[in-house]
Every structure is written in C-alpha cells, then in structure tokens.
Design a protein around this ligand. Structure first.
Ligand SMILES: C[S@@+](CC[C@H](N)C(=O)[O-])C[C@H]1O[C@@H](n2cnc3c(N)ncnc32)[C@H](O)[C@@H]1O
Length: 328
C-alpha cells in the first residue's frame, strides 16, 4: 500500500464521520448533485444509475429500475446498532418492530425487481448487548419470503481489528446472508491463500489420492468463512473519508465475480461509499444504486469519477473527496 503524505504532510483523515451531522455536512451539501429526494444521476459511460432514493419506498425503486430485472443484490442496510456508541441520523437505533417493518419494506421492493434466477446478499449484525437483535429476527422474517427466495449460505468475514474487553472473546466478525431466487449460476473463485494441508485421502478410480493431487487450484476456496480480507482503514487507497461503514472492495468483488455474469444488472439499495458501484465498474457489470442521504449519493458518484480520472484509484485514502473544500 503506498504511504504518501499529502502536501500539508498530514495523514489524518480530512473528513470526520459524516453521519454525526454538524458543520461538515452543511459545507458539503452545496456540492451535492442530487439534493431533492427522487433525483437520479445517469452515467453516460457504463449506464450505471445513482439515486437519492428511499429503499423502503416502492415508487422510488420503480423509478430507478423501471422494467429492469436484477440478477444480483448486494445490500448492506443499517444494522440497528449504534456505531462507536453513537446514535446518529443515518444509523439510528429504533425499536425492533420498526426495524423489521423497515427490513420487510425494502426486501419486498427488492423482490419486485428480482430476476427469476438471482443471488440476494445481505450484510447484517447482531447487537449482543441487546439480545442479539436484529440478526436472528431478520433471518426469521426472511422465511416469509420463501419459496421466492431461500437461504443458500451464511458467510462470516473476519475483521483484523476487533473490539471488546479482556473478559470476552474479541468481536471480529461480520455476517453476510446469502439467499437465492430460482437456481442462479455460481462461479467458483479462489483466495490468494496457498493450500498447505495435505493428507485428506480419497480413493478415485481405485487409486488412493491426496487432496493436493485432486485439487483444481493451488489456493484454497473462500468457503463460508472469509479470513483474507483487510478491513478498510484510512491508510488504504480505497478508503473514502467520512464513511463509517465502508465494506472492503475485495469482499464485494468476490460476491460480484462469483454470483453474476458480465453485463448483469447489480443492485445496491444502501450505497454509502459506493463500493458496489466501483466493483461493478471494474468487473463490467451495470449497477443501479441508491442512498437516501445526498452526501453519500454524491460520494458514490465522485468515487466512480475519481476511479476513471485517476486511471483506477479506488478511493481517496485520507484525502478529501471534495476538492472544493481545502481545509479541515
Ligand atoms: C451500512 S451503510 C452501507 C455501506 C456500503 N456497503 C459501503 O461499502 O460503503 C448503510 C447506508 O444506507 C443508507 N440508508 C439508510 N436508510 C436508507 C434508506 N431507507 N434508503 C436508502 N438508503 C438508506 C445510509 O445513509 C448509509 O449510507
């Protein structure tokens, strides 16, 4: 990872968490292109769309998707937990019944535009201090949508940095639910981790074979526990300053490569830093994406433009995504 300081010599992130409100939001809002709810930005190069829309609003989803059907959903809604112990406008904690009504509304909207054969991924968390909600509740709610969508898997991604005390297991996990509609294709991908364990013997055609000779790759498959993905932090190129819930590009690209084909339509109802859009652009998929916050919708558009203008930079590291504003 290149480690360059900016001109001022500082490596401190130039934008504070945008969900905390205050002065920074007021400064950025005049530079946002989508300001009125319902507005949509069209990308003239690859045909992506970014909407300032509400995932729970049926008309909003209809206006973004029209008659198009989605082959892959990657949704990362707010988890109904306070991040860093703060209740914020974007991540407010609500009663569980309200959270489930919110979840049911966006899932219903998604299923209206779902292709016959499609993958449906949802990142979610469990608030252990609040009876593990909303993770199990969401899973139970999803049963109401069976057999239209059915569980296919349940992935855990391991973070490097955890949180917690010496008196408990360190919390290092992120959960990713995988559902499918119909019977969509699935392309096997591999990690960069070499296979090192020998000794799993099986008889093939009367000959005893070791797992190393049977395998198709020298590397291991990700399986449903991902241990090879770096969490985003401010020194990484892909970092989008101001974002507080950015998913690693590698995790989203793994989903896109495995669960969609070139030119498929990919949907993300909760854009934030626009990771799904960047993954789609890099891998040749069209992405329709939305966020109900004008600053995150703008960051999403800018991240795509920045990728193209810089010949491939996936974020701003610790630098300011709004070049109009110089000091913070
Ligand atoms: C957990 S973040 C998504 C992170 C994203 N996967 C990334 O890698 O950057 C959730 C986002 O959902 C947005 N959001 C919350 N409620 C929404 C709604 N009803 N409709 C659309 N977006 C919403 C928030 O503004 C926030 O940016």
């Amino acid at each position: 990872m290149p480690h360059k300081k900016d001109r001022s010599g500082s490596t401190v992130e130039k934008v504070t968490r945008l969900d905390l409100g205050g002065e920074i939001r007021e400064q950025l809002l005049p530079f946002c292109r989508l300001t009125k709810p319902g507005e949509i930005w069209e990308d003239s190069i690859s045909g992506h769309r970014v909407g300032l829309l509400d995932a729970t609003n049926r008309a909003d989803i209809k206006s973004l998707f029209g008659k198009n059907k989605v082959a892959l959903f990657i949704n990362d809604p707010p988890y109904n937990v306070k991040v860093g112990n703060v209740n914020t406008a974007n991540l407010s904690k609500v009663p569980l019944s309200d959270y489930l009504a919110f979840s049911e509304a966006w899932v219903k909207n998604a299923l209206r535009i779902c292709a016959t054969n499609a993958h449906f991924y949802v990142w979610l968390g469990a608030d252990i201090k609040d009876n593990s909600q909303p993770f199990p509740d969401f899973m139970l709610m999803m049963r109401d949508f069976s057999p239209k969508v059915k569980p296919r898997n349940f992935i855990t991604m391991r973070n490097q940095r955890g949180y917690g005390t010496q008196k408990n297991w360190m919390w290092v996990r992120q959960e990713l639910l995988h559902y499918v509609a119909g019977n969509p294709e699935f392309k096997v991908t591999y990690t960069d981790i070499p296979k090192i364990l020998k000794g799993y013997y099986k008889s093939v055609g009367g000959k005893i074979t070791d797992n190393m000779e049977r395998s198709k790759s020298k590397n291991i498959r990700p399986g449903n526990v991902w241990v090879d993905i770096q969490q985003v932090f401010y020194r990484m190129e892909e970092n989008v300053p101001g974002c507080y819930a950015q998913k690693p590009l590698k995790s989203i690209e793994r989903i896109v490569e495995t669960s969609s084909r070139k030119k498929d339509l990919v949907a993300d109802f909760f854009s934030h830093s626009g990771t799904t859009l960047i993954a789609g652009e890099r891998l040749g998929r069209k992405v329709y994406i939305l966020d109900n916050d004008p600053v995150f919708a703008e960051l999403t558009i800018r991240r795509l433009e920045n990728l193209r203008e810089t010949g491939g930079r996936t974020g701003w590291q610790w630098n300011h995504p709004f070049s109009e504003i110089t000091k913070h």
